[in-house]
Design a protein around this ligand. Sequence first.
Ligand SMILES: Nc1ncnc2c1ncn2[C@@H]1O[C@H](COP(=O)(O)OP(=O)(O)OP(=O)(O)O)[C@@H](O)[C@H]1O
Ligand SMILES: [Mg+2]
Length: 314
Amino acid sequence: MNIITINNLTKIFNPNSKSSRVTALNNFSLTVNESTIFGLLGPNGAGKTTLIKILLGIVFPTSGTAEILNKKIDDYLVRKHVGYLPENHKFPLYLTGEDVLKYYAQLSGCSKEGLQEKIDSLLKLVKMYKWKRTKVKSYSKGMMQRLGLAHALIADPKIIFLDEPTDGVDPLGRKEIRDILLELKSEGKTIFLNSHLLSEVELVCDRVAILHKGSLVREGTVVDITTQKEIYEIKINQKLDSEIVRKSTEGFSFSQKDDYTLHLKVESPEQRDKLLDKFRQNGISIEAMLPLKTSLEDMFINLIHETDNREDNE
Ligand SMILES: Nc1ncnc2c1ncn2[C@@H]1O[C@H](COP(=O)(O)OP(=O)(O)OP(=O)(O)O)[C@@H](O)[C@H]1O
Ligand SMILES: [Mg+2]
C-alpha cells in the first residue's frame, strides 16, 4: 500500500523577487510503500528538506498535492501518525535527555500512563539510557542525534521522517542507527530518510530517489539504479591479446579493465548475442558476462555531472 503519494509538487520561494526567487522543487512526484525505508538523496540545496517540510505542513507548496496515509497533507490530524527528526535540531539546553522526551510526549498528547517505561525503553533503544539525567547542553553531536531519534518515536508514529539522522555520528553509532531503522521497519513502520551518506543509504534503503535542483532524476531500488543495464563486464579465461580483442569488439565501444576483463556497451539482447558470437569465432571462451554494477556513490556523482552537463549544453 502507498503510504505517501506526492503529485507534481512545486515550491518556489520568493516568487516575486527577481534576485532571490528559488525553485526548490520542480514538478516532483513520488510514491512510498508501507513498511519500507525510503532514501531521498541529493546534493546541498537539492530540495530534500523542503520536500519533508511540505509533507509535514511546515512549508506550503506553490502547486501540486500530496497525501499521507490517504489523507491530504493539509489535514492536520494526519500528523498524529508522523514522527520527525529535523536537520540541525536543537533541544532546550537546560533539559535532561529524559526531560526532552517528557516534554515532547506532552506536546504530542501521549497518555501519562506507562510514559516513564516508554521513555526508558526509547532511551535504551538509542543507547542513551545512562545519560538520561544529564543535561542536553553537555551532549555530543552524536548523542543529540540519538536523542532526536528517540524524540521522533515518542508518539509511536506509523511514518518517521528523518532529515540527516546520522549527521555527526561516528561509524559505530551509524551502524547502531541503521540497526534501529531496520528494527522499526520490521515492526511495520515506514521510514523516509534524507541523507548525504550514500554508502549508508545503500545499506538500509529499499528504494531511493535522487533529487537535483528540485527535480527527480532517478528513482528505484538500490540494485536497479546501481546496475548499468547497458554496460557488461566480460571475463575471459585467457590473457587478452590486443589484436583478438580488436577483432572481437569491432563496432562496440569498450574499455579494458585488466588482462582478463573488458567493459563493453551493449544496447540490446541481439547485440549481446552478436558480441558473444564474435568472441567465440575468434577462439575466446567467456567465463562470465554480467551487467556492470557501480556503487551508489559513483552512480550518484555520474548522474549529477550528466544532468549538469546537459543543462550547460542547452
Ligand atoms: N525559507 C526559504 N526561503 C528561501 N529559500 C529557501 C528557503 N528554504 C530553502 N530555500 C532554498 O531552497 C533550496 C532547497 O533547499 P533545501 O534546504 O530544501 O535543500 P536540501 O536538499 O535539504 O539541502 P541540504 O543537503 O544542504 O540540507 C535551496 O536553494 C535553499 O536555499
Ligand atoms: Mg536539508
